[in-house]
Design a protein around this ligand. Sequence first.
Ligand code: APR
Length: 250
Amino acid sequence: MIESFERAAEIIMASELTVALTGAGISVESGIPDFRSAAGLWSRFDPGEYATIEAFRANPQKVWEMLREMDEVVSRARPNQAHRGMSELEDMGYLQTIITQNVDNLHQTAGSKDVIEYHGNASTLSCLWCGRKYLTADKRKEHLPRCECEKILKPDIVFFGEMIPEEAMNRSFELASSTSALLVIGTSAVVSPVNAIPSLAKRNGANIIEFNKEETHLTDSITDVFLKGNAGDTVPELVKIVKQKKGMDA
Ligand code: APR
């Protein structure tokens, strides 16, 4: 395993441009369940009934049962060692941009500056009818947050069946086409179109470094270095080795 961390550190330190793609797994140690692991959110809520834009329009009250549960854990969550380690890599100049599928804002709270939110962000709400926006925190007391126009509000996260924000989509694919190293952290990489990013980066010559507690369909196909374990352990371990190689005190 050590040689894998060494190898990963060498790749990152030699890389002109390094980008990360993160998923729900990086926030599990902050108390936010992921989606597809055994105790994941989709084991309790059928995404076809709770996570599509059609489901929200048809029955927003029902979808807010799931959203309320998500908001409870996200509002209490704090960045973990993995989020903080990525912010350190950015500060040292070894990580330029994070493309995240997460909506929990934990990368930004941990200090990361260049974060592309591929699936939006849960910290604001919008009215689908009149377009007014609100801070989620300001509406937390309302069991069913409503707009001044009385309609039920929707978090600014991308539901299945909604478009990915154009700027996020374009920048992510540009970066995937030019990055020389891609860190893939805590994602099953099954949801489209974001799941095309690792193979696009690979096709363009990038080294793929995967951090996951278990193997994924990427591991034996395009991953160059697989750092198995909880991201809260593997990311700080990698940062430690980068600092040692850089001659900084760990
Ligand atoms: N450390 C590292 N990896 C972890 C950890 C951990 N502590 N905990 C879980 N994982 C891994 C799991 O093994 C899995 O491979 O993180 C991955 C989480 O996968 P998913 O639950 O599918 O989450 P994600 O890939 O982010 O889902 C993508 O699907 O439902 C939609 O919009 C939602 O953004 C989400 C998208």
